[in-house]
Ligand binder design. Sequence first.
Ligand SMILES: [Zn+2]
Length: 106
Amino acid sequence: MTTNPQTCPQCALDQTHVEGATHVCDTCGYEWPAELAEAAEIIKDANGNVLANGDTVVLIKDLKVKGSSSGLKVGTKLKNIRLGTGDHAVEAGDYLIKQEFVKKAN
Ligand SMILES: [Zn+2]
């Protein structure tokens, strides 16, 4: 059990604690979800620009794609990317691409 400075939204008392991802009020028993302790991982492109979900990026390197003879060519635009975590954090359609191989399109 960790001490929790959060005030209960139900009874407005601050006798609360955290259980896993849940805040629990010791006074009235009300439970509510804890905010994520850490902000999402910041993903940066080859130029150090921060990428966001929905961005369009351009490949700066030819990439081989498993199961495809053509692969992805440098200069290919990938629209509406999704960001994940780790070193292949850029998700574009079926592709997972290293963020260091793309740059944000203007
Ligand atoms: Zn309460």
